[in-house]
Design a protein around this ligand. Structure first.
Ligand code: FMN
Length: 395
């Protein structure tokens, strides 16, 4: 769990350094023990005091400064860390680490650590495309360092292109997925569905639900971090596209059904985390429905994708979700049998600060012989736990 994890954030001297403030804040809120090491250049952009206040730990900049506490200084952070996340990572820092230069606290500690290290580069588009920077990135990847791909878009220097730091939320989820992962899904294909489908009533209205897509996106990220080839069939969400994942956008239950069956045959694991509408309007009005005193809608059943998958005799491991407001376990157990699936992940949508839009969840993973209660944790941790159960029966 994140409460047992020490994450060291390295901040370097890029214009995006201000975004690492939110990264630290988010990781802290998720329960991690966070330490910050800044380069001298980074302090020109953000004050160490900001990071000290948010991380509740002293910030280290100067390698030769008088020690405040042996426990957090020098090489001890390299040993204590479960993960280093350098955000933003300048071209300079990437170049230094790729070439074994350790001339400040951040580079020295990165060189001395055996923890997972992940870089989130951000820079001007030409700088990012510079073949020297690209060669340094390839070199580091070959050595086992991980990278969060920069986004394309408007850059602070006034140019457009690849080099933008992704949103802090995106960086945090990618980093945690990597932190938690074992590399045990290499060579496996995983299909995840996410988000809430939208069923059109007329050209402007639809019937929807409150699913945020966070659980499904967390599953896709964790599967990717564990080495799988991931297809994410996503109903509309406000979330950023996870990197390295084949994403297929759909809107309606019918579209989702069509895409799931298109990809089913080649998958090893299918996880249905999407909130798929059970009903859809009998017909879609061609023109906007006019106001009247009362309106009666006639709805018809949509295809039960999970049950169809379960009854299709596919080879895949099948995982479904049961969002219940009462009789959680009983209903989930019935769903497990009725739909012929390997696992049902049951969550109580009435629980406080978990469920739909929250970053947290609290679930029971039910299989035919077991019932595992997972206490409140981030959705990434829950996703990781689900895959750990799936992996046990994979081969
Ligand atoms: C206003 C300003 C913005 C900068 N933004 C970036 C940036 O986004 N990415 C980058 O790689 N370097 C950027 N630099 C250059 C770095 O600050 C410079 O290479 C510095 O030596 C990096 O030191 P560090 O890697 O030790 O933090 C910027 C410099 C200035 C003055």
């Amino acid at each position: 769990m994140l409460k047992d994890k020490t994450i060291v954030i390295g901040v370097t001297g890029g214009i995006a350094a201000y975004k690492s403030v939110e990264v630290v804040s988010r990781l802290k809120k998720l329960g991690a023990n966070v330490h910050v090491i800044m380069t001298e250049a980074a302090t020109k952009f953000v004050q160490p005091l900001t990071f000290r206040s948010l991380s509740h730990n002293p910030v280290i900049v100067d390698m030769f400064a008088e020690l405040q506490s042996w426990d957090v200084e020098h090489i001890s952070l390299a040993e204590k860390a479960d993960m280093f996340l350098v955000v933003p990572a300048t071209a300079n820092l990437i170049g230094k680490v790729a070439n074994g230069i350790a001339d400040d606290m951040l580079t020295t500690t990165i060189m001395a650590t055996t923890a997972k290290v992940i870089f989130s580069p951000a820079m001007n588009v030409n700088m990012y495309q510079n073949s020297i920077v690209q060669k340094n990135i390839v070199r580091l990847k070959e050595e086992g360092y991980r990278f969060i791909e920069p986004d394309k878009g408007y850059l602070a220097c006034g140019t457009e292109g690849k080099g933008r730091l992704p949103a802090p939320e995106e960086i945090v989820t990618s980093a945690i997925a990597y932190l938690l992962s074992s590399f045990d899904l290499v060579g496996k294909k995983v299909l995840v569905t996410a988000g809430g489908t939208q069923e059109d009533l007329d050209p402007v209205r639809y019937l929807g639900n409150r699913s945020s897509g966070k659980m499904g996106y967390a599953l896709a990220k964790v599967a990717k971090a564990r080495g799988a080839e991931v297809t994410l069939i996503s109903a509309p969400t406000k979330l950023n596209k996870p990197s390295g994942v084949n994403i297929i956008n759909v809107r309606t239950a019918a579209e989702m059904c069509q895409q799931v069956f298109k990809y089913q045959a080649e998958q090893d694991i299918i996880i249905m985390a999407a909130a798929v509408a059970d009903y859809t309007p009998q017909s879609i009005a061609k023109n906007k429905i006019k106001k009247s005193n009362n309106l009666t809608l006639e709805l018809k059943r949509t295809t039960d994708i999970l049950a169809e998958l379960g009854n299709s005799n596919g080879e895949q491991i099948l995982v479904g979700f049961a969002a219940e407001s009462d009789n959680l376990i009983e209903n989930a157990q019935q769903k497990l049998k009725r739909k012929v699936v390997d696992f049902i992940v049951a969550n109580n949508i009435r629980a406080e600060d978990t469920g739909f839009a929250s970053d947290f969840n609290q679930v029971v993973i039910i299989s035919k012989d077991d019932q595992i209660e997972v206490a409140k944790a981030t959705k990434l941790e829950i996703a990781d736990r689900i895959f750990s159960e799936v992996v046990k029966i994979l081969d």
